[in-house]
Ligand binder design. Structure first.
Ligand code: GDL
Length: 450
């Protein structure tokens, strides 16, 4: 089974050194594949017709060698999907030329991506193919033949409808997927992100469904830890929401993680634990990963052996846990604060209030210490990976505790916070906040206007 990482996100790509280090992480996590597919490399998508220049080829050649040294499969993406004419001999020749150029430097395995485009057969192709899926399958099969004729290798194809959401949650009814399943050479593997682009869970029955439509077990392209779609999020907790019962139903599990390279240690480590098929438990996997991650948290001003504490790193992973979860102890604090704020003027003498307030004051102190500790890290990339997010959390926690402290002073029923003496416009502003303010969201996340 393919397992590993795809550098497949939008936004700033990783550096060459980071890619090689990522290969170390993949190998250490017991996985076998690194896929080079940054949307940031314009040669993959917009400029797919233009051959790579020598400097880029030198870098790619270095990645081929680094993967080989570590016993990993190294795959390179090509995504002609923005403007290819599927029936054009010239375009097909250009695709062939790109593949051959990469084969010349030792790349054997490829991914062919058709994601994030309209599901529509281009007009120029309409006389030549009955539908979009047939056109894409023809190009993929031709690419596979080329790969085979030049020594062999894998081809993984990313369909335009790569999750159930894009089929209107009707995978068995999707003509597009059915035609792909029939027309694609059985040796071509196919990516699937699950029910959604970012799937909270990937239930086994949904994989039986897609497996039947595609006539093959899909390769999961997991966007669980991807954060390119939300500038306020980073995910550094363990993989969750995927059961071991899916492993027999897939032919690969590849994660597309955070843009911030350093934030991906626990995601990659725990993805490795998950695919190994043992007794995967996210809580346990988190602790094992933290222990392996800790040496990266060396402090700059002391001897090399001083790092942030395990507890601090644990807190970090809980603050920025996953797209659908906050770490359990932080979630408990949120629940406590919600209870504390459920009455207009709480009784400061109430033991539950006192306990909750102490917990929040303590949390604020822990965050402050973590924030300061981060500024002192030797590894500046690691610092930058979290700094803006930590800053925001520290701000918000401080505001909340300031408010709780004010309530603790027993203000009158008609007193307001903040009083005139306090700066009150400290919350984030800007266009996005203005737009959010136009439409209020209810508890279910539905929008309403007044
Ligand atoms: C996508 C893109 C991917 C991006 C991710 C998360 C796939 C197949 N394609 O739509 O490049 O990083 O969502 O935003 O997932």
């Amino acid at each position: 089974m393919l397992s590993g990482v795809i550098e497949g996100f939008y936004g700033r790509a990783w550096t060459q050194a980071q890619r090689i280090e990522m290969m170390d992480w993949i190998a250490a996590a017991g996985m076998n594949t690194f896929i080079y597919a940054p949307k940031d490399d314009v040669h993959i998508r917009a400029r797919w017709r233009v051959p790579y220049a020598n400097a880029a080829l030198t870098d790619l050649r270095q990645l081929v060698a680094a993967a080989r040294q570590r016993g990993l499969t190294f795959m390179v993406a090509i995504a002609p999907c923005l403007d290819v004419t599927y029936s054009s001999d010239t375009d097909r020749a250009r695709l062939r030329a790109r593949i051959e150029q990469l084969q010349d430097i030792g790349v054997r395995d490829f991914v062919l991506l058709f994601d994030d485009i309209p599901n529509q057969l281009p007009e120029a192709d309409q006389p030549h193919f009955p539908d979009f899926a047939s056109a894409q399958a023809a190009l993929a099969n031709e690419t596979l033949r080329l790969i085979r004729s030049n020594g062999g290798g894998e081809l993984v194809f990313c369909p335009t409808d790569y999750c159930a959401r894009f089929t209107g949650m009707d995978v068995p009814g999707s003509a597009y997927l059915r035609v792909l399943g029939e027309a694609l050479d059985p040796a071509v593997k196919v990516f699937w992100t699950g029910p959604e682009i970012v799937s909270e869970t990937i239930p086994a029955p949904t994989l039986r469904e897609i497996g039947a439509a595609l006539k093959r077990k899909p390769v999961i392209w997991d966007n669980y830890h991807a954060n390119d779609y939300d500038i306020r999020k980073v995910y550094t907790g363990p993989l969750d929401g995927r059961g071991l019962d899916i492993l027999p139903l897939i032919s690969g599990f590849i994660t597309n993680p955070n843009n911030e390279f350093e934030a991906n240690f626990v995601p990659v480590h725990t993805t490795g634990s998950f695919v190994s098929g043992g007794n995967y438990d996210p809580a346990h996997a988190r602790e094992t990963a933290i222990a392996a991650w800790q040496p990266r948290f060396a402090l700059a001003e002391t001897d090399e052996n001083t790092t942030l504490s395990t507890e601090q790193i644990h807190l970090l992973t809980e603050l920025f846990d996953g797209p659908f979860t906050i770490g359990p102890s932080v979630q408990k604090l949120i629940d406590t604060a919600r209870r504390m704020l459920s009455v207009h003027r709480p009784d400061p003498a109430d033991p539950a209030w006192r306990e909750g307030l102490a917990a929040w004051r303590n949390f604020k102190a822990e965050i402050a210490a973590l924030f300061v500790g981060f500024t002192e890290l030797e590894n500046r990339e690691l610092f930058h990976a979290f700094h803006p997010y930590l800053w925001e959390i520290q701000e918000e926690v401080t505001h909340l505790v300031t408010y709780l402290d004010w309530l603790d002073e027993g203000p009158g029923a008609d007193e307001e916070f903040p009083g005139a003496a306090r700066i009150h416009n400290f919350y984030r502003r800007g266009l996005a906040v203005e737009i959010q303010g136009l439409l209020k969201r209810d508890d279910q996340g539905r929008y309403h206007h007044d």
